[in-house]
Design a protein around this ligand. Structure first.
Ligand code: UDP
Length: 443
């Protein structure tokens, strides 16, 4: 019998923390089973994940990083902009230029794959947001899987809304019930919009749907214990082989590897040992962890109110404040206006990137005020920390419904709509044109 070809998985994540982190997790999980795995991304993202990949290599896993240059300035992007969290607060045009630049990674990707010693045994796993990989795989004749980084609940809701033409007939804030959905779910266009469902990036949205329809299978970062119904319904709707490969954070949370836990996504801006000893000094389940992930931003008013609320609560908290790096008003509130000094006996402020899984794993943490990013939701579910939910954009309102209404592991803070500053700003005169976003029939 002929020997089986060596398996080689090529992982192509979307350039956003909430997508790269689970993709690198999956890469480690696959590599731990033997196949060679290559994570392909741009230099900024490669640098952020190098320590994790090097750690896996030292542990003997056949995992590697390959860099492709984004050539952002050719597309009108400032030098060094290579990931979505660097675009926060920018107008829609900047996002469009960013997506155009990523679409142009197709050429360098094809060149890299053609230079491999053999194509037999090569399989590409692309984020749903990287549909430009489809034509490359077709030309090279290699199989391609699509990975969904949000929940199956969200993907299914968007699919049902599209299939029933709901986006075409309701106004932005008009409430509706998701038709054909396994549980009762109510939302509006503002809270239940799919990825790329913004004016100006209709082509990217259509490309994503087409690339999903032509994929050889789908991966979801979730597990059947919480989302079996939604996974099965989605697989049936698309007629696709579908695997629930999550929760991918288990590769970090379960690993007895403090360094890779602390440096997941990028090196933390605070010493993980300092956080751990601060938490060690607190009673079990007494501390609230507050984080809005890598992209979501509160308005200045919301930020100030949250600060006042945390102070008035009198309870200990750890607050990951990414805005503290670039936002002078936030720094003024923390420093000149004396917030940090007033709460310093019972609060730890992380100015930048926090070692989130290290924090959530600590027994002193008893709650997570979260924007409901799907990775954070899976981490908190895996570690048994209840949530206080404050969604802002994208799939986060769906994650809130799943955590609160379906799984009963969270309570709502009461936020009903996205704050105006968190959606990519529309160019003047640009109107919602949902009719252009119809899903084509699965092939
Ligand atoms: N994260 C982190 N430190 C931070 C902020 C976020 O480690 O200061 C991690 C978090 O653990 C999660 C990911 O970044 O794995 C964020 O993904 P999520 O889907 O929760 O939110 P997003 O940033 O995509 O909105």
């Amino acid at each position: 019998m002929a020997a089986l070809p060596e398996l080689h998985f090529l992982m192509v994540p979307q350039a956003a923390q909430g997508h790269i982190i689970p993709m690198v997790d999956v890469a480690r999980l696959i590599a731990a089973r033997g196949p060679r795995v290559t994570v392909i991304t741009t230099p900024v993202n490669a640098a952020r994940n190098r320590a994790t990949v090097d750690g896996a290599r030292r542990a003997g896993l056949p995992l590697e990083l390959v860099e492709l240059s984004l050539s952002g300035p050719q597309h009108g992007l400032p030098e060094g902009i290579e990931t979505v969290d660097q675009l926060t607060g920018q107008e829609l045009g900047m996002y469009i230029r960013f997506f155009q630049a990523t679409w142009n990674l197709a050429g360098p990707l094809e060149e890299y794959i053609r230079a491999l010693p053999r194509l037999l045994g090569v399989c590409l796993v692309a984020d749903l947001c990287n549909p430009w990989t489809a034509a490359v795989c077709e030309r090279l004749g290699i199989p391609r899987l699509v990975m969904h980084c949000p929940s199956a609940y969200f993907q299914l809701a968007v699919n049902c809304l599209t299939a029933h033409g709901v986006y075409d007939r309701v106004d932005e804030m008009e409430p509706f019930e998701v038709p054909g959905f396994p549980v009762r779910a109510v939302g509006s266009k503002a809270t239940l919009r799919g990825f790329f469902q913004y004016p100006g990036i209709e082509k990217q949205y259509r490309d994503a749907l087409d690339a999903e329809a032509t994929a050889d299978g789908l991966l979801f970062n979730t597990f059947r214990g919480i989302e079996g119904t939604f996974i099965d319904a989605y697989a049936a709707a698309l007629g696709k082989k579908t695997w629930a490969v999550g929760r991918t954070c288990a590769s970090s949370t379960m690993a007895d590897d403090a360094d890779s836990k602390a440096g997941r996504g990028k090196p933390a801006d605070v010493d993980a040992g300092h956080i751990a000893s601060w938490l060690d000094a607190r009673p079990p389940a007494s501390v609230l962890y507050v984080s809005f992930g890598s992209i979501a931003q509160l308005t200045a008013k919301q930020f100030a109110k949250l600060a006042r609320g945390l102070e008035a609560s009198g309870r200990p908290f750890v607050w990951a404040i990414k805005e503290a790096k670039a936002d002078a008003a936030v720094r003024a509130l923390l420093d000149e206006e004396g917030f940090e000094a007033r709460v310093k006996d019972r609060a730890l402020l992380v100015r930048g990137w926090a070692p989130q899984v290290t924090i959530l794993s600590h027994p002193a943490v008893g709650g997570f005020l979260t924007h409901c990013g799907w990775n954070g939701a899976l981490e908190t579910l895996s570690l048994g920390v209840p949530t206080l939910t404050w969604p802002t954009i994208a799939d986060q309102f769906c994650s809130e419904q799943l955590l609160v209404d379906v799984l009963g592991v969270g309570v709502r803070s009461g936020v009903k709509i996205p704050p105006p500053c968190t959606s990519p700003r529309r160019p003047r005169g640009c109107r919602w044109r949902a009719a252009t976003w119809r899903r084509r029939s699965p092939s």
